[in-house]
Design a protein around this ligand. Structure first.
Ligand SMILES: Cc1cc2nc3c(=O)[nH]c(=O)nc-3n(C[C@H](O)[C@H](O)[C@H](O)COP(=O)(O)OP(=O)(O)OC[C@H]3O[C@@H](n4cnc5c(N)ncnc54)[C@H](O)[C@@H]3O)c2cc1C
Length: 424
């Protein structure tokens, strides 16, 4: 039987970052897919460059960005000033909605400002009962008031997460949620500061996969086994069963979805405790240019199939419209891609994004899971069961192994911290 000190499951960002941090150590990576990259893959077709789903970067750790860039050779990384909007009542309002209510029609502006003020005012002033913040939906009402919540935050996030927002933890989006208080909102009316939420982003000309390539350059190629999936773990013997062999390990670092790992390791758990959405992404290349000066548009309107549309051509400054279009579904939804494609094209025309354009190249993918539903119970169960597994030398990391909402930079930070911990 083959044996290895550290067996890494998954050659996405987390698995590759773990191997890179192990440097010359004794490791092997098994990857069920035929290609490395996980969700950070890029598709290039007929001159269009698309990620699985729009991936844009805001590194918070300059040393991580520098480490990656040093491994990217001549690759040009664009730094782009973000222009993002919300399609609302036939107009584009600057993102985030809550800081730009002054751009709404006057009656709606007053409604939003009124509800925002009283949502935060002491109960004796508002006469309203203070709403608790025990879940995501209550947090939206308590911090922004009914009008902002119901015009944008609730419909948009329900389209994205495809679930009852009342089931999600209050902090389900963590730092990715653009908070704003009354002072921020009022200040923004005179001096636009939408910038404070990630004003610029970076994007490599070869797509997000360039960061995968950079990580992989620090990993021994002969230690990566693609087309080899983990299908079982014997925790007692520390033996992994793969689609090709049995492998003895001392430590196993998995970036597979956590409920999958639990099942493969035979750990008793309640499968109903884990929920997530699926995201269907259409990458569409057109024959000519579309709207300019826009990188994303958010669509809260429930009558529209998609919740967000991104414009690669305005990132790359190219002359043919290149879109990614994202649709959210529940985890058990049966998706008819051909039907959704027709809905998407019709909705793009209704929104004026497509205006007699022809699709000349396309790609689609279902990301399943895409956004995990972070609930009180998922957090408690993850902490409990991950600690149990760690006692047996099995560590679950990454966006899906950690059952969390994060960026690729977070994945790299986590992988490096784990390796440091294992070494000490
Ligand atoms: C819609 C969407 C938009 C995003 N946008 C951004 C963004 O703009 N910026 C950003 O920084 N991040 C973004 N992210 C997050 C980013 O994609 C993830 O943080 C990152 O790709 C996760 O990497 P990972 O290695 O943890 O997981 P994955 O990419 O899921 O990799 C896990 C790997 O494990 C493999 N695997 C699973 N099961 C097994 C098994 N049994 N045996 C062997 N291999 C297995 C899979 O095939 C996969 O390759 C986005 C994510 C989504 C869903």
């Amino acid at each position: 039987m083959d044996s290895v000190d550290t067996l890494i499951v998954g050659a996405g960002i987390s698995g590759l970052a773990t191997a890179a941090a192990l440097e010359g150590g004794d490791y092997a990576i098994i990857e069920a897919d035929d290609h490395i990259g996980g969700y950070c893959k890029t598709v290039q077709k007929d001159g269009f460059v698309w990620d699985y789903s729009g991936h844009f970067f805001h590194f918070k750790h300059p040393e991580i960005e520098a480490w990656l860039r040093a491994r990217m050779g001549e690759q040009r990384v664009r730094v782009v000033e973000k222009k993002s909007f919300i399609a609302y009542a036939g107009k584009w309002v600057d993102f985030p909605f809550q800081k730009n209510i002054h751009q709404l029609p006057q009656a709606e502006f007053i409604e939003c400002l009124h509800d925002l003020y009283f949502a935060r005012a002491p109960a004796e002033l508002s006469g309203l009962e203070r709403r608790p913040e025990t879940n995501f939906k209550e947090m939206l009402y308590a911090r922004f008031g009914g009008a902002i919540a119901e015009k944008f935050l609730i419909p948009y996030n329900e389209k994205l997460y495809a679930c009852d927002l009342g089931t999600l933890d209050r902090d389900a989006m963590g730092r990715f949620f653009p908070h704003a208080d009354l002072t921020d909102v009022i200040r923004n009316m005179r001096r636009a500061d939408n910038a404070s939420y990630n004003s610029t982003f970076t994007y490599p000309e070869g797509g997000a996969f360039e960061y995968v390539r950079a990580l992989a350059s620090a990993v021994r190629p002969e230690a990566i086994f693609t087309g080899e999936g983990l299908i079982g773990i014997d925790l007692e013997r520390r033996v992994a069963r793969t689609s090709k062999r049995e492998l003895k390990f001392e430590k196993l670092v998995s970036s597979a979805p956590f409920p999958v790992l639990l099942s493969l390791a035979g750990v008793e758990h309640d499968p109903r405790g884990w929920s997530w959405n699926k995201v269907l992404v259409f990458n569409l290349g057109f024959d000519r240019k579309g709207p300019r000066d826009v990188h994303w548009i958010y669509y809260p309107d429930r009558a529209r199939s998609f919740y967000r549309v991104g414009f690669y051509d305005n990132i790359f400054d190219t002359d043919r419209m290149s879109l990614y279009v994202e649709l959210g579904f529940g985890k058990d939804a049966v998706i008819d891609v051909a039907v959704e494609r027709e809905r998407v094209l019709a909705d793009l025309a209704r929104e004026g994004v497509v205006n007699g354009h022809s699709v000349v190249a396309e790609h689609s993918v279902v990301m399943d899971p895409a956004y995990v539903h972070i609930t009180k119970s998922s957090m408690a169960e993850h902490a409990r069961l991950a600690a149990e597994l760690a006692k047996r030398g099995v560590y679950s990391i990454g966006r899906y192994g950690g059952w969390t909402y994060c960026s690729i930079e977070d994945n790299i930070v986590e992988a490096r911290a784990l390796v440091k911990r294992l070494r000490s």
